[in-house]
Design a protein around this ligand. Structure first.
Ligand SMILES: Nc1ncnc2c1ncn2[C@@H]1O[C@H](COP(=O)(O)OP(=O)(O)OP(=O)(O)O)[C@@H](O)[C@H]1O
Ligand SMILES: [Mg+2]
Length: 255
C-alpha cells in the first residue's frame, strides 16, 4: 500500500513519534445472530511518542481491548488509520489496516510487543523456551536467549523448578508472569499491554510496574490497560478515556 504522505511527513518530522491512530472505528457484525452490528469503537485518535505510557481507562465494554487488538493488527479496524514506525517500510511507517501479513509479522518481531491477560499455552514447550522465543526469532543465540529468559523469570518470582516445565498446569498468576516475561524480553519499541497484572498479588504487581517503568525509561512507547490504581499511578504518563458507544441495534439482512 502507498503510504499516506501526511502520515509519512509526521513520522519524518517527529523522530519520537512511534504510533499514530486516527479516527479508529470498529464494528463487529454478529453473522450468527441476525447480522446485528456492535459498535465497539467510534473514532479513537491517539499519538504515542517514545517514553510515553498512555493508560486507557473507561467502563467495561468501552472498547479498550478492542482498540489494543486493532493496534496489534489482530482485529481489522472498520475505519480510520493506524500507523506504526517501521524503519524497514516505505515512509518510515507501516499502515496496519490493509498491510500484508508478512509485514505485520515483521513488525511484531521487531517493533511491537503485546501482552494479553492470559497466556496462550503452547503444549510441550518449556517455560524457559517460551520466554526465550521472541529473542531466538530475532536471531539471538539460544544460550544467551535462555540466560536472559532466566533472569526475567527470576525477577518475576517464577520458581526455578518450573522453568523446564510447560506452563499448562501452572496457576493463573504463574502463567501471567510467564506471559509478561515473554512479552517484555525482546524490549520492543512499542508495547501494548492488556491488563497484564490482573491475576497477580501486590508484590508481583509491583515487579511488573517496575519492569514497565524501565521499558518506558528505555524509550518504549506504551499503551496499556491496568485494572488497579497503584499500577496506573506508577506507569502512566497520560490517560485516554474511552466511552462505550451505544450498541447499534441495526439489523443487516443476510442473503
Ligand atoms: N470478537 C468480538 N465479537 C463481537 N463483539 C466483540 C468482540 N470483541 C469485543 N466485542 C464487543 O465490543 C465491545 C468492547 O469490548 P472490549 O473487550 O474491547 O471492552 P473492554 O473495554 O476491554 O472491557 P473490559 O474492561 O471488560 O475488558 C463489547 O461490547 C464487546 O461485546
Ligand atoms: Mg478488556
Amino acid at each position: 500500500m502507498t503510504p499516506d504522505p501526511s502520515i509519512a511527513r509526521a513520522f519524518g518530522e517527529r523522530p519520537a513519534l512511534m504510533l499514530r491512530a486516527e479516527d479508529v472505528r470498529k464494528t463487529f457484525t454478529l453473522h450468527g445472530q441476525g447480522g446485528i452490528g456492535i459498535e465497539a469503537l467510534a473514532g479513537v485518535s491517539l499519538d504515542v511518542e517514545r517514553g510515553e505510557c498512555v493508560v486507557l481507562v473507561g467502563p467495561s465494554g468501552a472498547g479498550k481491548s478492542t482498540f489494543l487488538r486493532c493496534l496489534y493488527g489482530n482485529y481489522l479496524a472498520s475505519g480510520g488509520s493506524i500507523a506504526i514506525r517501521d524503519d524497514a517500510a516505505l515512509g518510515q511507517h507501516l499502515e496496519i489496516t490493509g498491510a500484508e501479513p508478512h509485514d505485520v509479522l515483521r513488525l511484531r518481531r521487531n517493533v511491537v510487543g503485546y501482552v494479553s491477560q492470559f497466556l496462550r499455552v503452547i503444549p510441550r514447550v518449556s517455560t524457559i523456551d517460551i520466554v526465550a522465543a521472541p529473542l531466538v526469532s530475532r536471531g539471538v543465540d539460544e544460550d544467551e536467549a535462555r540466560d536472559r529468559a532466566a533472569a526475567l523469570l527470576a525477577r518475576l518470582n517464577v520458581p526455578q523448578r518450573l522453568w523446564p516445565l510447560a506452563p499448562a498446569t501452572f496457576s493463573g498468576g504463574e502463567q501471567q508472569r510467564v506471559n509478561i516475561a515473554r512479552g517484555l524480553i525482546a524490549q520492543h519499541r512499542v508495547l501494548l499491554l492488556d491488563e497484564p497484572t490482573a491475576s497477580l498479588d501486590a508484590e508481583n504487581r509491583a515487579v511488573v510496574a517496575s519492569l514497565i517503568v524501565e521499558a518506558r525509561e528505555r524509550g518504549a512507547a506504551i499503551v496499556g490497560v491496568f485494572h488497579d490504581e497503584d499500577t496506573r499511578g506508577r506507569v502512566a504518563t497520560r490517560v485516554l478515556t474511552l466511552t462505550a458507544p451505544h450498541a447499534s441495534a441495526s439489523v443487516t439482512e443476510m442473503a
